[in-house]
Every structure is written in structure tokens, then in C-alpha cells.
Design a binder for this molecule. Structure first.
Ligand code: GLN
Length: 478
């Protein structure tokens, strides 16, 4: 059932919100036993919210009628702050941290009657593409189609749960592809908005110039609905865009006749699984059938330099952000003896996972005096060139198409054998739109070997509407 229809039933009191929420929480606990999609299930908060909604419905409270998310279960990636609910970003160093405030996006969800069911599992701080880099003591989420395989990452728990749980929308986070990529591996929609479209206030920072919060869900309608709730200007985020509020749902079912899609030539080159390619082309043919025009386009920079540029910027910013985590207030159990330096070394050595340490080392190196110009600043310049190349393409095209990930969801046993560089290379399709701050979406387009395949569509800044329009055309064609 679309969340839209579910909300109607809640409003008419055809479904009792309190008992429904109880059922959902039980279902989440059950799912979690096998799949590890949650770091925390916020049963108490969810049931309290449901009770309050029930009361307001009973009293025929006039405010309740217009609530956009009334009764819908909303899961939240663990890097997004929810008041009084443990928020760890998947890291041992943040164990026990209960924010005193709600992130901007969470405030909006609560205002619209969404029910917060818990915090979903992820790579530690978002550092990964398979959700296998979880922090020390955390569990790795498993693919809903094959538990020996990865959900993708870093919003892996959010993606898997979106596939498994109905009447639910997830909030994920993307810095370099962490919404689209896991959505692709789990066969759901994932929309990463334009940088600045959704406030970062209350999002635990990974790489400030690229972090974005966005919706994931089983249908494009649910994703559009959530965008309508969370998008908007926030004076508490200096990078929030003060632009006109869109009506994202109005793009659903809008004809796509005459829209122009550029097929990124380099994205179908060597290294792309042929089964992935075939299914992405099926998605492209569907767009053509609905009246879109397609043409190949060569985009050199994004595929050639995207990975290097992204990992330079991302690790540099991450290494400064992680510098503040010292274990003094939460997280660490180590005792403060001897000097602060010794204490911090002890805390950080035993509470950060391997990938976090690797990124601190890489990022600190890239920012060191003498190297800064050669690495970090150079990457910033390449970023501008990439944006220019995309902008040129968007003069001609409404959206650009590629696979979301070049491979099918791998087995955990295969992931273990990858070097860090091979691991980074699987992000080749998604890092560049993230570096450029461009909105992009994963659209499920098919299955091979019972595993889902996704197509990535990228649009110009603030053109999320077009992505919803195109996604909805494909969904309708299915
Ligand atoms: N896989 C990318 C990385 O490891 C992207 C992560 C993200 O978007 N949070 O950095």
C-alpha cells in the first residue's frame, strides 16, 4: 500500500494507529534478529507518538487533518540526531550519546505526524559502500534478498528495512553515494537531494561540503512525499538553500514526453557487469517508450577523476570532524590517568574502527602544510571543473543515466578480500554527482540471479522534481 493510502486509513480511523504501531515495532524486532537493520529500535518514542495521534484523532483535533505523514513509520539513519534516542553514527566512540535536540529533518517528520521507529545501521560515520565497516561491537546489516550478501552502504540498514517493511519511509544520508548505492542493492528508491536542499542541522558530520539527508522507500510516491516534508530552508544551517519550496508530489505521474536523457558513455565501459548493463538499458528503453529522447554523452572528468577527487575531499573533511571525538562525555570507558595526550590516544585507538583510522590518516596527510596545495586544494579545483562539465551537459539534457553500482551485491566473503582501493572503486558512479552537489536517484530496474539492479539518474541542481517525474514513469511502466 502506498503511504498516501495508508495515511487516509489512519485519518479515517480504519486502522488503529496505536495497535498498528505496536505491530510494526514487533515486526521490526523480528526483522532485526535476522537482518540487523537497527542499531536502536525506539519503541518507547514510537508508541508515545502513536498514542498522542490516537488521542488527537479521537478528539477530532482540526490540526491532524493536514498532517502529511500521519502514522507512517519513519526509520532514521544512526548519524541523524533524534532527541533522547541513542545516536552513534555507527561508532563505538559515540555509544551512549543521546542528543538533547532533534535534527531539522526529524523536527519536520514529527510535526507532520511521522512515527520514529528507530536508528538504522550503517558504516561507521558513513565510511563505506557495503555497510561492512560498522563500528566496533555493531552488527552488519544483511541483504534482504540474500543474507550472505551486502545491503550496500553506508545507509545499509535504511535500504534493507525499506525493502522489508511496509508503510515505512527511511531517512538516509549520502556523502558519496550512500543513499543511491544501498537503495540499488536492496531494490528500493533512494533520492539524494541537491546539497543544501535539506538542512544538515543535527546530522553528525562526515564531510561537511558533501553531506546530505534524503529519503528512501519502496515506491517513488513515498520518496516524493518525504521530500515534501524534509526539504526547506533552515537558518541554523549556513549551507541551507533559501529557495522556493517545491511541491515534489506534483511531479508524480507527470508525462515525460520530450524529456532528454543523456546516457553517460564512460559509465558503461569495461568493469561494468554485463547483467547490470542490460537491466539499466531496459530502464532506459522504458523511458524511451514513455516518450523521452535519449542520446549518448561523453563525460570524461566524473568517471576518470571522481574517485580521487571525492576521497581527497571526503577524508580531509572527515579527519577534521573526527578530531573533536575524545571520549570525555560518552563512548569511552578508558580512565583518564597520566596526560591528556596519552588518554586521547588510548581512547581513539580503541574506539575507532579500522576504516575511520585509515581516513583520519589519509585526510590528515592531505591537509598537512606542504601537501595541502598538491592534494586538498587541487581536489577542490577539480571539483569546480567537474561541476562545469555537468552544467554543460544539463544545457542539453534533463537527466543523465548510468548504472548506480557497476556490480551486483557482493557476498561478505568477497568483500573481505577487497583492498581499500578496490572498495573505494565501487563508488565510481555515485561519487561525482555527490562531489558536484547534484541531486540523483536510484530507480530499481530489474533483477538478475534474484538480486536487484538499479539505474542512477542525475539532474541539475534543484531539479529533484525531474528525477521524481522520471522515476514515476518507470514505476508506472512496470
Ligand atoms: N562509499 C562512500 C565512502 O565510503 C560514500 C559514503 C557516504 O556517502 N556516506 O565514503
Amino acid at each position: 500500500m502506498l503511504c498516501h493510502d495508508f495515511i487516509k486509513k489512519i485519518k479515517n480511523r480504519e486502522i488503529d494507529i496505536a495497535s498498528h504501531t505496536e505491530k510494526i515495532i514487533d515486526e521490526c524486532k523480528e526483522i532485526n534478529k535476522e537482518y540487523n537493520y537497527f542499531n536502536t529500535i525506539s519503541a518507547e518514542l514510537a508508541l508515545e507518538q502513536a498514542k498522542e495521534i490516537k488521542k488527537q484523532l479521537k478528539n477530532k483535533d482540526s490540526k491532524i487533518k493536514n498532517k502529511k505523514l500521519l502514522g507512517v513509520a519513519v526509520s532514521v539513519k544512526d548519524s541523524i540526531c533524534v532527541k533522547n534516542v541513542e545516536t552513534t553514527a555507527g561508532s563505538k566512540i559515540l555509544r551512549g550519546y543521546k542528543p538533547l535536540f532533534d535534527a531539522f529533518a526529524i523536527q519536520k517528520v514529527k510535526e507532520e505526524g511521522g512515527i520514529i521507529i528507530g536508528k538504522t545501521s550503517q558504516d561507521e560515520f558513513g565510511f563505506g559502500g557495503f555497510s561492512a565497516n560498522v563500528g566496533i561491537g555493531f552488527k552488519i546489516p544483511k541483504n534482504p534478498f540474500d543474507i550472505e550478501r551486502s545491503c550496500g552502504g553506508s545507509s545499509g540498514g535504511a535500504a534493507g528495512l525499506s525493502q522489508k517493511l511496509d508503510n515505512h519511509i527511511a531517512l538516509g544520508e549520502s556523502t558519496g553515494g550512500s543513499i543511491a548505492e544501498p537503495a540499488s542493492f536492496c531494490g528500493v528508491y533512494g533520492l539524494c537531494p541537491t546539497y543544501g536542499r535539506v538542512s544538515r542541522n543535527g546530522l553528525i558530520d562526515f564531510s561537511n561540503s558533501m553531506d546530505k539527508i534524503g529519503p528512501m522507500g519502496k515506491t517513488i510516491d513515498d520518496v516524493a512525499l518525504m521530500m515534501d516534508v524534509i526539504a526547506g530552508y533552515d537558518k541554523n544551517d549556513s549551507t541551507s538553500l533559501n529557495v522556493k519550496k517545491e511541491n515534489f508530489e506534483s511531479f508524480l505521474n507527470k508525462p515525460i514526453k520530450g524529456m532528454k536523457i543523456g546516457i553517460i558513455k564512460e559509465a558503461f565501459a569495461e568493469g561494468v557487469d554485463r547483467e547490470v548493463e542490460k537491466n539499466v538499458y531496459n530502464g532506459i528503453y522504458e523511458l524511451e517508450e514513455e516518450g523521452a529522447k535519449t542520446e549518448e554523452i561523453s563525460l570524461e572528468l566524473p568517471i576518470k577523476y571522481g574517485i580521487a577527487t571525492y576521497y581527497m575531499i571526503a577524508t580531509s573533511e572527515a579527519s577534521t570532524n573526527l578530531a573533536k571525538l575524545c571520549g570525555m562525555r560518552y563512548g569511552a570507558t578508558e580512565k583518564l590517568e597520566n596526560s591528556f595526550n596519552e588518554y586521547f590516544t588510548k581512547v581513539r585507538s580503541s574506539n575507532f574502527g579500522d576504516e575511520a583510522k585509515r581516513r583520519i590518516i589519509l585526510g590528515t596527510f592531505a591537509r598537512m602544510s606542504g601537501f595541502r596545495d598538491a592534494f586538498y586544494l587541487k581536489a577542490a579545483k577539480v571539483r569546480t571543473l567537474m561541476i562545469n562539465e555537468y552544467k554543460k551537459a544539463f544545457k542539453k539534457f534533463d537527466a543523465l543515466a548510468s548504472p548506480t553500482v557497476p556490480i551486483l551485491p557482493p557476498k561478505f566473503s568477497e568483500i573481505k578480500k577487497l583492498t581499500p582501493l578496490q572498495h573505494y572503486l565501487t563508488d565510481v558512479m555515485t561519487v561525482s554527482p555527490n562531489v558536484a552537489g547534484l541531486p540523483h536517484i536510484n530507480i530499481p530496474v530489474g533483477f538478475e540471479k534474484n538480486l536487484p539492479i538499479g539505474m542512477l539518474l542525475i539532474a541539475d541542481h534543484l531539479q529533484e522534481g525531474k528525477l521524481i517525474q522520471l522515476g514515476s514513469a518507470i514505476e508506472k511502466g512496470k
